[in-house]
Design a protein around this ligand. Sequence first.
Ligand code: ZN
Length: 296
Amino acid sequence: MSNKFVVGADVGGTAVKWIAGTDPATPEFSGEIPTCPNNIEATFQSLVDVVRSETDRTVDLFGLACAGVFDPVTSILCGSPNLPGWQGKNIQQFAESAFPGAAVTVTNDVNAALVGEWMFGAGRGYDNLAMIALGTGVGGALIVNGQLISGSYNGAGEFGHMVIERNGLECACGSKGCLEAYTGARGIVQRSNSDLTVADLFKKADAGDKEAIDLFRETGEYLAIGVGNLINIINPDLVIIGGGVARAGDLILKPCIQDVSKYILASIKPEDVVVPAKLGVNAAAIGVAVMARGNS
Ligand SMILES: [Zn+2]
């Protein structure tokens, strides 16, 4: 293993999770800073400051994962509603200025999380993987025959926007009935008809509140439609369920696994295929650091 020093950072709508070290599997440093969704310069400066407060080592490689679609030809980030000030910007250039001299790799956050899970987490040892990341929105990523699938304009894996209900709930993307509109945090809160956050709703369900438990069961049942579609189309070894909402665990996963069989042709055991992510909040930062090493 090379001893190049790598920084991996995962920029979400509210926080940047970062790791640094020579081996992404066991980073020497890690942390979290707030994202300035409207100020790209300030966010990069905070990241540089926090890394520099920990170490003065030369950064050889910098991997950056962002929510949204990153166009590798123009280096522009688009389709990222949670990072309004970042949209349309040349992210690669900002990343190169942050750590001068470092070789930069930029990718989508869920692609990075799936690479992390593939190397060190739930997907270790498999070559056909799909990931669904349940956060505020719902992202996805795909590895087929050992290759991360990017599609013709790097937009592959947007599983959150597969339509599972005709004329269904409105989605942030402008369409109706998307998987995201039912299984993303925003959609879950909307279906709860309350002012509570998803975290509040977890607590209620954990405390045995029937309405909250039913809400997550229904979320799992909607998720099963999306997972079933993926299994029929891709025939993956695993569908890895990650993201903050997936912390609801069995409240969502059990009903999902129970329902998946209704939608799939293959005679598989859904409980062997639909699995939770393992790496936790640093999955994308670790994954993009791995990608940066692979590109060096
Ligand atoms: Zn949508």
